[in-house]
Ligand binder design. Structure first.
Ligand code: ADP
Ligand code: MG
Length: 728
């Protein structure tokens, strides 16, 4: 007997660790070898042009076309010398992932070979935008969208293609991607944070937002993947009974990395390093066949480009090792899902991390100021921040018992909580003593320079302070981090503006600066108590408590998406110049639409799997049992057969019941889907899919998984959880 699963298993067992060639030299010799870095630009572009370019980039100004023209010639020369034949504008549409449109450097004109890559093609391109989601923006405003060079992120090579990081906008300027508003949000945050820094240090000219992402992923053998239509078409298993052993023993987390996986990781690291991504850590994660990769943090825009680049490198390298990488947040039910923790901080051009305690009282007051303002921003926009991370795929991870809960709260840890408590109850005289030399002493709030030992970590918190940064853990593994980062940057920027307004108004009244800062911070410490929670985020009590505190407790993804369109969100985004009302409307449309499409595909695949894979296997096995019962009857006496057949009868009946339930479920699911598709708009469709289709998929799955336990192993055609998770 043979079936596709058994064939796939044979192939999978033959896969051996691939031989990986180490690049020549030390890491510093090949790091960023595929990147046209500032250093390399000096060899190809005149210094005065570069001075102008870097000055414009560093100060967020638009690049002149003449400059772009000269830079383009340098880029082309470098790229062609390094084997490039094509170039592409590389951008980040709202569907997630990245999009590319490749053009050759050369073209034939009247029989002669012409160089095609001009300043114009570096600067701007018009991809066929009609197939990227715009949530109606292009229809309402103007049919064309174009991509434009983001000179703050360096161009790089993938194979024979020069990739130019670009923004993607409608002809009228509305953002159709993640990069555009992310860049706007960093500009807004930079400005607002610099103004607040001026209370403490006039030297600060520039504030950066930093991002250090931690990418979790699963690997699965390619042959087994190919035998699972659900993995291929939806990125997750829509059914599959739990493996008897999965992550209970936690032996994978601490275990050695398997040889085949190690080979994959080494090649992935070499490729990432060559592409200029400063990858640093690699290790096993909690679930079997789950792993993580993390680079050193960088400026948020560059870090996000690097994350997207690494996601595509992963997919490419995995294929060479006969693996498929699963970036889905929840490929398997019952074991840990994958997130992408976004470590976020702000730092100044003077080298100060604004979220780390400093060396003197002034720096510490500055640290507390930024910390408390972040708390205020996260509290005010907790619903929006949740909206920035929800999706049809992350939905399966949030709120489950091993992932961030679906309520945004902030963990601060014991040390910082104590500092805030002390400040809250201190008088200005106690807290801020200004001596004869006009030096400030933070009397009560002695903050240790190094915060949080590793034991003071709360894994259940979706947004945790980890000593010198915040870790936004609710972000999904397949997401573009930009969505979450731009919401956070903008929310904090708005909050810093509000803070400054309040402080300035009182200083103008003649009150001393230190006292005003202290008073306002103290008021904020009291005001932001609702968002602070150091307890167990998974507990039932927390859900009740969070609702009492007025935090957003909605769990339905289509309803959470509404938070983009609340007055609080629209005002904040418009005030900071990050997104307009129209852009927010279009983004929500795209979110609903994507949600609908994903669930529609899942539901169809589910129907196909149970009807064409599960039921035929079950029926075949049932027929075999029925034949056995008849045969037994012919051989044994009636008395004997009663007990002999008890087990067969029981299984025959169970198969009959589960099969009936599945057919009934599929019928109702199809009906629910058709009804959902007839809803008048994307939001209503998304709601109908969430409320009526999703629960039926869970119901059908239960019966399919029950059949998997009963049916003869050799007849089962879909690779099982133990095979998907333990073969490497
Ligand atoms: P963990 O203990 O969470 O695994 P790591 O030390 O491995 O933490 O760091 C996780 C990520 O946080 C890395 O990408 C690292 O570069 C990043 N990170 C460290 N410090 C900062 C910071 N100040 N701002 C932003 N990211 C940071
Ligand atoms: Mg971490």
């Amino acid at each position: 007997m043979s079936n596709i699963r058994l064939e796939a298993l044979k192939i999978a067992f033959e896969h051996k660790p691939a031989v990986v060639e180490e690049p020549k030299g030390k890491v510093k010799d090949y790091f960023a070898q595929d990147v046209f870095s500032r250093e390399k630009m000096k060899e190809y572009i005149a210094q005065d042009v570069l001075d102008q370019l870097f000055d414009d980039v560093d100060n967020g100004r638009t690049i002149h076309r003449e400059i772009a023209g000269v830079v383009a010639i340098g880029i082309r020369k470098w790229a062609i010398e390094h084997g490039a034949t094509h170039f592409t504008h590389w951008f980040q549409p709202l569907t997630g992932g990245t999009a590319e449109k490749h053009d050759a450097f050369f073209t034939l004109k009247n029989g002669a070979l012409m160089e095609e890559f001009s300043g114009e093609s570096l600067y701007q391109q018009e991809p066929d935008a009609s197939s990227f989601p715009s949530g109606g923006i292009r229809n309402t405003f103007e049919a064309r969208g174009y991509s434009a060079w983001d000179p703050s992120s360096p161009v790089f090579l993938i194979g024979d293609t020069l990739c130019i990081p670009t923004v993607f906008v409608a002809y009228t300027g509305e953002a159709l991607d993640y990069k555009t508003p992310l860049i706007r949000s960093t500009a807004s945050l930079c400005h607002a944070a610099r103004e607040v820094c001026a209370y403490f240090d006039k030297q600060v000219k520039h504030v950066h937002a930093n991002l250090g992402w931690e990418q979790e992923y699963f690997l699965v053998d390619e042959a087994l993947y190919n035998a699972r239509p659900d993995l291929m078409l939806t990125g997750r298993t829509l059914m599959g009974h739990n493996s008897a052993k999965s992550q209970q023993l936690e032996d994978h987390y601490f275990g050695a990395i398997p040889a085949r996986v190690l080979a994959f990781m080494r090649e992935l690291e070499y490729e990432a390093l060559k592409a200029g991504v400063p990858v640093r850590t690699r290790h096993n994660e909690v679930a079997p066949n789950q792993f993580e990769m993390a680079p050193i943090f960088e400026d948020v825009n560059l870090a996000n480009d690097h994350n997207l680049l690494v996601m595509s490198i992963m997919e490419r390298v995995a294929e060479k090792h006969h693996f498929r990488v699963l970036l889905h947040e929840k490929p398997y039910a019952g074991v840990n899902g994958s997130g992408k923790h976004c470590n976020w901080s702000m730092s100044t051009n003077t080298g100060i991390n604004l979220l780390a305690p400093g060396k003197n009282p002034y720096q510490n007051l500055q640290f507390i100021t930024f910390l408390v303002n972040v708390l205020m921003a996260v509290q005010r926009h907790n619903g929006l921040l949740k909206a920035s991370i929800v999706s049809a795929t992350n939905e399966h991870r949030l709120g489950a018992n091993e992932a961030p809960p679906a309520i945004i709260s902030v963990f601060l840890g014991k040390q910082i909580s104590e500092v805030l408590d002390k400040l809250e109850h201190a008088s200005a005289e106690e807290a801020i003593i200004i001596n004869a030399k006009k030096e400030m002493k933070l009397g009560v709030a002695n903050i240790p320079e190094i915060l949080l030992d590793n034991t003071d970590r709360n894994r259940t918190s979706p947004f945790a302070f980890t000593g010198n940064r915040f870790e936004f853990r609710a972000v999904g593994s397949s997401a573009n981090c930009g969505a979450a980062m731009l919401a956070l940057n903008a929310a904090v920027a708005e909050q810093l503006m509000l803070f400054k307004e309040e402080v300035d108004a009182r200083i103008e009244q003649g009150e001393p600066k230190e006292r005003v800062l202290f008073d306002v911070i103290k008021k904020y410490i009291v005001a932001c108590k609702a968002i602070r929670f150091d307890g167990n985020g998974y507990s039932e009590e927390w859900k009740t408590e969070a609702a009492k505190r007025g935090l957003d407790c909605e769990t339905s993804v289509p309803l959470v998406i509404d938070r983009y369109l609340s007055d609080t969100s629209i005002n904040m985004f418009e005030r900071t110049g990050v997104l307009t009302r129209a852009e927010l409307q279009s983004r929500s449309e795209v979110k609903w639409e994507t949600y609908v499409k994903k669930l529609q595909i899942e539901s169809r695949v589910m129907g196909d799997l149970v009807v064409n894979h599960v039921l035929p296997a079950a029926k075949r096995y049932q027929t075999m049992l029925l034949q056995n019962v008849l045969a037994v009857k012919q051989v044994f006496s009636a008395d004997e057969t009663a007990s002999l057949n008890a087990m067969d009868y029981s299984i025959i009946k169970q198969i009959e019941e589960h099969s009936g339930a599945i057919l009934d479920g599929v019928e109702r699911m199809t009906e629910a889907r058709h009804k959902a598709n007839r809803q008048p708009d994307e939001r209503a469709k998304a709601l109908a899919y969430h409320d009526n289709v999703l629960p039926l998929m869970a119901e059908i799955r239960e019966h399919a998984d029950a059949l998997e336990l009963i049916v003869d192993d050799e007849m089962w055609t879909l690779p099982k959880y133990r095979e998907l998770m333990f073969i490497h």
